[in-house]
Design a protein around this ligand. Sequence first.
Ligand SMILES: [Fe+2]
Length: 297
Amino acid sequence: MKNFALAEKYNAVWLWAGDPAAADANRILDIPEYGKPGWGLVDGQYLHFATSYLNLTDNLVDPAHTSYVHKRTIGNSGGEDVPVKVEHSEGHIVAYRWVTNAEPVPVMKTYGSFKGNIDRWQYYHLYLPSNSYVDFGAVDTGGELTEKAKEGGFRSFTYNFLTPETAASTHYFWLHLRNYGVGIAQVDVDIARVYTQTFEEDRDLLAAIQQQQEATGVREYVKLSIDRAPARDGLAHLVVLPVRLDDLPADCVERVQRRQRILEDHRHLVAAQRPHVAFGHADEFLAFEPDPAGDLR
Ligand SMILES: [Fe+2]
């Protein structure tokens, strides 16, 4: 890659694969709660997915799958028949629903203090091509289903940054913010484990989907009424350019390798163990390498 820019933000390195003069670090997804008092943070998390990033983005605009795939953590049968609504704007999709008067899902049973049944929201935001966050929470059942109600509820935000590795594999960086168990180290550990387990369930499912797509040679979609298959058509035109780290200029490689050594001193950053491969997109920053905050290079 001859032209690129890097920015460091949110304990990640972001790669702009194009004219550095056109790079604008302000276009990196904003995370208002990051570093704010009252929010517990688990960051620096990484998983490798043997599936196209397109399958991941499909999954990240599909709140309905949690009712079936994540019954051990963030889903239960309470949402099985609740339809999803979808709204689009320029470069953004949100798929959402409220599951009302339902039993708390496991993570809410463990960490919440609800009186009984709850009204639970799932808002899945996707910023094209491959950044997402999930606004997830609940309040005691019977109140208004509004943004204001969410502010006083049990709430978390999971941010997911997808960096394609190949056409059939993806680096999955994620971080989690929550307004419960704040400042309790054991809850940090537990949340990292619970959400790793959740995303490993996605990983296994999406790897199987990838295998089927390769076996059949097609990407077949089953458009269920419950999930409305909301975003796939909007994603079909996107093209991503693969770039190997070996192709980067020597000074960039040295910086990355230096970061790698730093990261290896921080055992909680699983990302340090992943392959030295990055991908760039023509007009978008992509998560690349965890590191403390910095500025555009
Ligand atoms: Fe999932």
